[in-house]
Design a binder for this molecule. Structure first.
Ligand code: KIV
Ligand code: ZN
Length: 510
């Protein structure tokens, strides 16, 4: 029987630390629901002590998907962080407290300015305290790959004796190389099995040298029973280990690794697209497994070989990662039943009749504009509808707009609503989008700086949906906004307004 590898997804914690990838509660819950459909074993939902918003999001996730998926959240080795984690995850069926504390000399000396013994004691005390709240506690020895082995092991031994049930060995700065990291895991695993063979050994790698997947697989080969990953490899700096790469490597090379995961691989592509859509971070076209070209064969020799037998050039089929299920085509005449079928086939709930009706009306509007509606258009429609912030009297809403493009004086006129108030204005600019953003800025009275503007097509067909991602800066902080529409000027206005609304919400917290 193949060894089962536990998959922890940290897209909502480590992944969300990427600048500008901030997600609202609804978006986080939507991603968590998709991770549940993907069958990850554990969702790391956030870092609750970092903000009230993060706390609420973790709690909401524990409530909505914590019935079947284990939920964890991150705490530093201090009581207040552990309390915040406990309070936010306690409603899940299998809550897990995750404590992190550095073990490398540089972390101990520079971050804590304490003796190694004192830092180790902090970790032991933290685990003891966490165990008074919950039975499952994971301990991460931050920067393990740059730590002195004796101190690393002493820490692991002490926290296991204090009650830790999972030991996570992170390559925090992406310094490890596969042979060395595999050897480190082999040594730890051997000792850990002797100490207490119920304790799960886990790894968490970063991709600074492009080796996160290789290091994770080397660790699995050498005894790690749990892997920490993110969708699309999102995460600090160069990112984390990509979930889809590790899962498919274990599946395609099952005979070599002798392991399996419970991941529903047919959900991989959809999960990748959802995360990319909601974070606004594109997946590179040649990304393994989920990139647009991952299964595209362009050379004549390859195409010829494929026509003879797919296995000539394909080690896995696109269907295995969910590519084929994106092809359904609907039109305005498809009707409620077909649309409902498509929505349910994707795993979305349609039991709220009023909500479904709103969604159906949006589908009709889209089908009128676009003529052919593909499966992934439906997917974006539903996720967009479900992840919009509830209306808030402090937030700006686009009422109407007119933009005139010309090589003389591009002009924009915009009408916005904020609660009961309506404001109208006009502006000229260097180009139509400059004029549009100029008037919106003057109407809201917040002097944000536009740092990035990106437009892409979400689907095929003449009337493809355009998606606009923007990044703005205000008082040293980066905010992002995104919107989609078949009208790219409207999408541009809404993306900018969404970014501004994020600033408004942030200012309201102060
Ligand atoms: O990279 C890291 O060390 C982490 C820990 C919190 C596991 O993210
Ligand atoms: Zn990390």
């Amino acid at each position: 029987m193949n060894r089962k590898i536990i998959v922890l997804d940290t897209t909502l914690r480590d992944g969300e630390q990427v600048p500008g990838a901030k997600l609202n509660v609804h978006q986080k819950v939507e991603i968590a629901q998709q991770l549940k459909r993907l069958h990850v074993d554990i969702i790391e939902a956030g870092f609750p002590a970092s903000s009230a918003g993060d706390f609420q999001a973790v709690r909401q996730i524990a409530r909505t998907v914590g019935d079947t998926v284990s939920i964890t959240a991150l705490a530093r080795a201090v009581k207040s962080d552990i309390d915040a984690v406990y309070e936010s995850i306690k409603e899940a069926r299998q809550p897990l407290i995750h404590i992190v504390l550095g073990t490398s000399n540089i972390h101990v000396e520079k971050k804590f300015n304490r003796s190694k013994e004192a830092v180790l004691q902090m970790g032991v005390d933290a685990v003891r305290y966490a165990k008074t709240l919950l039975s499952h506690v994971q301990y991460s020895t931050e920067d393990a790959s740059r730590s002195e082995f004796d101190y690393l092991w002493k820490t692991i031994e002490s926290v296991v004796k204090a009650g830790a049930t999972m030991i996570n060995v992170p390559d925090t700065v992406g310094y490890a190389v596969p042979e060395q990291f595999g050897e480190l895991i082999r040594k730890i695993n051997e000792r850990l099995k002797n100490l207490d063979d119920r304790v799960v050994l886990s790894v968490h790698c970063h991709n600074d040298l492009g080796l996160a997947t290789a290091n994770t697989l080397a660790a699995v080969k050498n005894g790690a029973d749990k892997v920490e990953c993110t969708i699309n490899g999102l995460g600090e700096r160069a990112g984390n280990t990509s979930l889809e790469e590790v899962v498919m490597a274990l599946k395609v090379r099952e005979n070599y690794y002798g392991c399996r995961t419970d991941i529903q691989t047919k959900e991989l592509l959809r999960t990748s697209r959802l995360v990319s859509h909601l974070t606004g971070l594109d997946v590179q076209v040649n990304k393994a497994i989920t990139g647009e070209n991952a299964f595209a064969h362009s050379s004549g020799i390859h195409q010829d070989g494929l026509l003879k037998d797919k296995q000539v050039y394909e080690i896995m089929s696109p269907e295995e990662v969910g590519a084929e299920s994106m092809e359904l085509i609907l039109t305005a005449r498809s009707g409620r039943h077909a649309f409902k079928n498509a929505v349910e086939k994707m795993g979305f709930d349609t039991s709220d009749a009023a909500d479904f009706e709103t969604l159906f009306q949006q589908f009709l509007a889209l089908a009128d504009a676009k003529k052919e509606v593909y499966d992934h258009d439906v997917f974006y429609l539903v996720t967009n509808h479900r992840t919009i912030e509830p209306s808030d009297a402090h937030l700006y809403v686009l009422e109407s707009f007119q933009v005139i493009s010309s090589d003389q004086t591009p002009t924009a006129t915009v009408k916005l609503k904020k609660g009961a108030e309506t404001i109208v204005g006009s502006s000229v600019g260097d180009g139509p989008i400059d004029a549009l953003y100029g008037v919106i800025k003057s109407l809201v009275g917040i002097d944000v700086q536009l740092k990035d503007y990106k437009i892409s097509s979400l689907s095929r067909g003449k009337e493809a949906i355009g998606r606009v991602n923007i990044r703005i800066e205000y008082e040293g902080k980066t905010y992002s906004g995104r919107a989609m529409d078949t009208d790219i000027v409207k999408a541009s206005a809404n993306a900018f307004l969404n970014g501004i609304n994020a600033v408004v919400l942030d200012l309201a917290k102060v």
